[in-house]
Design a protein around this ligand. Sequence first.
Ligand code: WTA
Length: 640
Amino acid sequence: MVDKITSLAEYFQKYQESVADPEGFWGKIAESHYWHKKWDRVVDWRFSGPGAPDVKWFVNGKLNITENIFERNMFMRKDQVALIWEPNDPCDPVVHITYGELFDRVKQFANALKNIGVEKGDRVAIYLPMVPELAVAMLACARIGAIHSIVFAGFSATALSDRIIDASAKVVITSDGAYRGAKSIDLKSIVDEAVEKCPSIQKTVVLKHTGDEIKFDAKRDVWWSDLIEGVSTENTATEMDAEDILFILYTSGSTGKPKGVVHTTAGYMVYAEYTFKNVFQYNEGDMYWCTADIGWVTGHSYIVYGPLLTGATSIMFEGIPTFPDAGRFWQTIDKYKVTHFYTAPTAIRALLAQGDKWVTKQDLSSLKVLGTVGEPINEEAWRWYHDLVGKGKCPIVDTWWQTETGGIMISPLAGLTPTKPSLATLPLPGIQPILVDPEGKELKGNGVEGILCIKYPWPGMLRTTYGDHPRCFQTYFSAFPNLYLTGDGAKRDEEGYYRIIGRIDDVINVSGHRIGTAEVEDAINQHPKVVESAVVGYPHEIKGVGIYAYVICDDLTDDEMNTIEDEIRATVTKFIGAIAKPDKIQIVHGLPKTRSGKIMRRILRKIGEGDATNLGDTSTLLDPGVVDEIIAGAKVEVKR
Ligand code: WTA
């Protein structure tokens, strides 16, 4: 397979090449793609100065990413399965879609989108469950140069409308409903509620999926099936500039509302394909399964774009790991003879807690490579995954990356890089990490711990935050001049391997989902009885990080006191979604604030961790007494 590294020695050699001559390195990789017109320069970049960041890859190149999935490979792959769809209910029929069929469906839906007025550069919001049409819709957007903005279908109407409004999306694509284990969810009414606040939306495309009855607005809504009825499958891809936007994906940060991370066409394409084939060491005939939802970046890059650009077979799973029972992942691996399995540490911990029997019951001998993503993996979970699931013979790729990075940044190459539990190991070729102290001074050598930054651009990196370029600079490039700030702390061990420690800002990874504590506070504060709140993460056995909310309320009656926690959870569900519901809520009379009114979250974090032995200097607090009150009423056992 072209551009696939096949030994550790070759990795080191490529890494050196990529640092010594990044343009030569990436230019050579991009040669294997299909271009209407080649680039003039491989990269043109600036992380500082007026208008920064200003990053362009494959400058003036012309292409379409879907031609690189379909036309480039069609001769070889027409009858090869591109996507396998495993439905929520394992008794329902499975769907196999070949590259040829997927191509036709994408072209047809692309034409259908054009028929309702979607043009190059328009934004299309997609709010769908994990069904094949989700992949069809995103690729159809890419085909005609429309910008997809996929919103995870677990987000609330408010969260959806915020994202639609920010991107001024013209069309939203959804379904009547979604299945989640034994439950079915009325997606359409969530969209209806959201769209009421979104004047930019001209059409809602509705896929019939659950068959549940829905409200249908004949002027605005159109059934997916009606939209494609009789529409041609002939479609010529729209020519895109290398730097035209491919998609927006909203993600949480430490402040404010989620921002629309912008990825552009050529760089993202080159990076998604290169990282997929190298990290997973994919071979022809392998069966690859990533359990993420396409609503997150992992699904974008490693269910759809990376695998399909490589010509792989990618499994799409509609369900959840515990339905109908806790053996679902392992049964599904046997069902399709999965060779590559990529999931989140939180799922591993949850299944570990269900006992070994679900795993040992299955054969699992098809497995060759295991992967994790989204949060640090603790050693116990790593060992269980390695020893029991992988029977000690499958390398684990602990892949560190972010929505902003577009693709995997630090990770072993499966079977080539020797692994150590809980370490993401080494940077991929082209990635130049640097650890700095809080003043921005580089921490050189090995055996150091600091703030993880990246000092040179890579093709898959974000270009801007949609509609607010200064915010992009402020968030990622202003802390330390000429460095991309990841927001993670990391340690480089004696061998030069990286261990990701976790976020250093007010972002938390709850069950591998990225949540801004400020967003949760904003949601809690919407409750009429709430005066103020402070949210921190605390160690949670299954979720990795749980959400702990300290809340000040107006005087509550005893009855109100009994219901307030549930009401607060319901408020968060309404404004963000169930994934952001606090695990622990403590009603307090005051929060530890400095004289200037700043909440000292460090203290709240410590209490949430159950350790008040070393709270540091509390003398600058406005009212040091609140700390004792909080410790006394804490929802965890606190060591004093
Ligand atoms: C965390 C997910 C430790 C990290 C692809 C990062 C990880 C955030 C790992 C991005 C890993 C991701 N080990 N931590 N292997 N992978 N993270 O944008 O804190 O949803 O900054 O992208 O997840 O989350 P996001």
